[in-house]
Ligand binder design. Structure first.
Ligand SMILES: [Zn+2]
Ligand SMILES: [Zn+2]
Length: 764
């Protein structure tokens, strides 16, 4: 029987080869009809034998094109029209936008094969791409996704490219960024002042310079990288010196999976992540006896290393000759957003690079590389940006009546905007106390509003009154939902797991504004999306100097010695264990504590890690965010099988359960005085904290009957702790939820804010 069906497909379905796929499928099944993109998604009508239509619908659902992410397929039958051919119709642009902009995707295997094929007309074409790969989010200026609305609009297609673009059987059919050496953007190499360097081939010149030990600024898909040969000690040391980045690890790009495995130890999940089209930096354990020597300065004092594979044609060509491992670090000053415009890059990177490998395709939205690690069997974000932004999270609330802008916190900024119950999280914006990051924040919000066609009706922010994001939110003239920092962390886990709670939330991080005005950071909550109750915390300790304490772990180490052993004994212990802390500095701290001057109390888990790292002799000053905790974790990784721990006795303080960090410190100090090596102490510290936290959860389970625990907060970027606590909680019969869609740190907090606001506003 002849029938006709109308089909609507929503999700990431534009710019991913969906229409040619539909065309090919319909023609193969002998169906007539048409397909078109519009602001609501992909619309299809198919007519033919009902068995053919059924097969068509099954294929849409079961095997869509590799880069598509289908969220819904709706179909309905209608009257046949007697049509005999299948056609692709022009895009419609009216109505409200409902498609999802695709993230950027690594250059595909077909394109790489053409890139390397001397007989192909795109041989060594630095901008090769097709409907299955290439830039998307970074070049789209508005929607629906069409060349005219991208930064490729200024390049006119040559007749041959145009013919491919118009041919439904071609891999480049409506590949909006398609081009060739005749009609595409141009690659150039310049000196740090933007003056062209005379050469036959900018690419070969760049490779020659890298091989000779130079530092190059390389324009990629979401911004500039600073690159140098990772095996060249001197080049890496020089890059570190110029970037004034004392110890923060650099990421490495490896020519191939094989090369990557000569540097790092990958399990199957990590290999899969490394090769995925999103191409994140994957943080893995370093080979202890690596067959490939990379410069020590790439990741000093670190048991792990971040590795990624090439993801643009330019990257592939950097490895054409002798190079096989490159340092590829974001082209920025530390904690600022990545440079992405040519002029800006010369300004900001001119002193850092010996030469610039650039091109004239504009980057509309900058994205840093995403950073991931595999913990407890799941890939997890440390930074979520290129390849993932702005793919949304489905909320368990319809926000259509009042769409929400969530502005996040302050460090690791990322904004979030809802549309019809989906939460779209921007790319990583850097630390918002930097001017450049603050500008990026505004641009990101504006881009989200425009590409999603949403005008927010409410705004969600942190409780901290002094955050720039909070002040911005309060100045918008919209209803404000202020969400407590740690509640938002736990809510981010609930939102991405599709849960509403209630759960036991364990939120360990550096600092968040408590609803009592105190500094919180080691919190146990009983919460759902709407509300929370604080039921436990790490026992508060004085934090002389407030936030500034985060820069000096040795000071926090000394404060913990005082708390654990009393002022008198602490002085003697500090002489032995904290030699970097001058007696004068100790006296200042004593004074501040004894007179209560600038000395708020804090329950921070991050500061507890700082203290332990300092007392282990690993780190007395943080040269980058969370350095001491990372070094303590790194030390624990090298003492793998250690099961010892320091006993901790949780106490009840009224309705609040307290986990006394001083108990852990006492055990650790005893070990240090007995000469136990730092890695063993670090492992025992992690074991002790995990055991104590699980004991608090068990007590809370018996009080509340809840047996699901959600873990979030920046401290859970610590893979060692997250793995340990997940395993211990599961052994004790808990269900464990942890972040896998957004980072556990403040980069994921805007999602939690949006989820809480959505729930509170829908309850009103
Ligand atoms: Zn391709
Ligand atoms: Zn062309």
């Amino acid at each position: 029987m002849i029938r006709r069906a109308r089909v609507k497909v929503q999700g990431v379905v534009q710019g991913v080869g969906f229409r040619p796929f539909v065309y090919g499928l319909a023609v193969r099944l002998g169906l007539a009809g048409h397909v078109l993109n519009d602001v609501g998604g992909v619309f299809i009508e198919v007519e033919g034998e009902d068995t053919g239509i059924e097969a068509f619908l099954n294929a849409l659902r079961d095997c869509p094109p590799p880069m598509a992410r289908v969220q819904s397929i709706h179909s309905a039958y209608m009257n046949p029209t007697g049509e005999s051919a299948f056609r692709i119709l022009e895009s419609a642009t009216r109505g409200s936008v409902r498609v999802v902009v695709s993230p950027d995707l690594a250059v595909c295997g077909d394109c790489v094969a053409e890139l390397e094929n001397t007989r192909n007309r795109r041989h060594r074409h630095a901008f090769i791409n097709c409907t299955n790969c290439g830039p998307r989010y970074t070049i789209i200026e508005s929607v629906p996704y069409d060349r005219a609305r991208t930064t490729m609009a200024e390049f006119d297609m040559c007749p041959q490219c145009r013919a491919e673009y118009a041919d439904p059987r071609n891999r480049r059919f409506h590949a909006e960024a398609t081009c060739c050496p005749d009609c595409g953007p141009r690659l150039d190499i310049t000196d740090p002042h933007g003056r062209a360097i005379a050469c036959d081939d900018p690419m070969r010149e760049a490779v020659r310079r890298l091989a000779a030990g130079q530092i190059l600024a390389v324009k990629g898909i979401g911004g500039f990288h600073l690159a140098c040969d990772a095996t060249n000690e001197q080049a890496v040391r020089e890059l570190r010196r110029r970037k004034r980045r004392d110890l923060k690890p650099f990421a490495v790009m490896a020519a191939s999976k094989m090369q990557a495995m000569r540097v790092g130890v990958f399990n199957e999940d990590e290999k899969w992540l490394l090769k995925s089209a999103e191409r994140p930096i994957v943080l893995v354990r370093r080979h202890t006896r690596a067959p490939e020597r990379i410069a020590e300065e790439v990741a000093p004092r670190n048991a792990r290393i971040g590795i990624m594979l090439p993801y643009t044609p330019i990257h592939h060509m950097l490895f054409e000759d002798s190079l096989h491992l490159l340092v590829m670090t974001s082209g920025n000053a530390t904690d600022e957003p990545i440079a992405h415009e040519n002029d800006d890059a010369y300004l900001r990177l001119g002193e850092l690079a010996d030469a610039f490998l650039i091109h004239n395709r504009r980057i509309h939205v900058r994205t840093d590389d995403s950073v991931m690690q595999v913990v407890a069997g799941a890939p997890r974000f440390l930074r979520r940006s290129r390849g993932y932004a702005p793919f949304p999270v489905q909320l368990d609330a319809d926000t259509s009546a009042s769409e929400i802008l969530a502005v996040g916190a302050e460090l690791n900024g990322a904004a979030c905007l809802t549309r019809a119950g989906q939460a779209y999280i921007s790319h990583h914006l850097g630390d918002l106390d930097h001017l450049a990051a603050w500008e990026a924040f505004h641009q990101a919000v504006e881009t989200l509003c425009r590409t999603l066609d949403v005008v927010p009706a409410a705004v969600a922010c942190d409780l901290h009154p002094a955050y720039a994001t909070t002040r911005h939110a309060r100045g918008l003239g919209l209803p404000v939902v202020a969400v407590q920092h740690h509640h938002a962390h736990i809510a981010s886990v609930l939102a991405e797991s599709g849960r509403d709670g209630p759960v036991i939330g364990v939120s360990f991080d550096g600092f968040g504004w408590g609803d009592d005005g105190n500094a919180w950071g080691g919190e146990f909550l009983v919460c759902d999306l709407a509300e929370y109750r604080r039921v436990g915390c790490i026992a508060p300790v004085p934090q002389p100097g407030g936030d500034a304490a985060a820069k000096r772990p040795a000071r926090t180490g000394y404060v913990m010695l005082r708390e654990a052993f009393g002022a008198e004994e602490a002085a003697g212990l500090a002489d032995r264990l904290l030699p970097a802390l001058a007696a004068e500095e100790r006296r200042v701290i004593d004074d501040m504590i004894e007179h209560g001057v600038n000395c708020p109390s804090s329950t921070s888990a991050g500061r507890l890690f700082d203290a332990a790292a300092a007392l282990c002799g690993l780190c007395d000053a943080n040269t980058y965010h969370a350095q001491a905790p990372m070094e303590l974790e790194g030390a624990a990784w090298s003492a793998k099988a250690e099961s010892g721990y320091y006993p901790v006795q949780p106490r009840e303080d009224g309705a609040l359960l307290q986990l006394p960090g001083v108990d852990i410190i006492r055990g650790l100090v005893a070990d240090r005085l007995a000469g136990v090596p730092a890695p063993l102490c670090a492992a025992r510290f992690h074991n002790a904290l995990a055991r104590a936290a699980v004991a608090v959860c068990a007590k809370l389970r018996s009080n509340t009957g809840l047996s699901t625990v959600a873990l979030s907060g920046g401290v859970f970027a610590n893979a060692w702790l997250l793995g340990l606590m997940t395993a211990m909680l599961q052994e004790n019969g808990f269900e464990v939820l942890a972040n896998a869609v957004v980072p556990p740190g403040d980069g994921g907090i805007s999602l939690g804010q949006a989820a809480v606001a959505a729930r509170r506003l829908s309850c009103v």
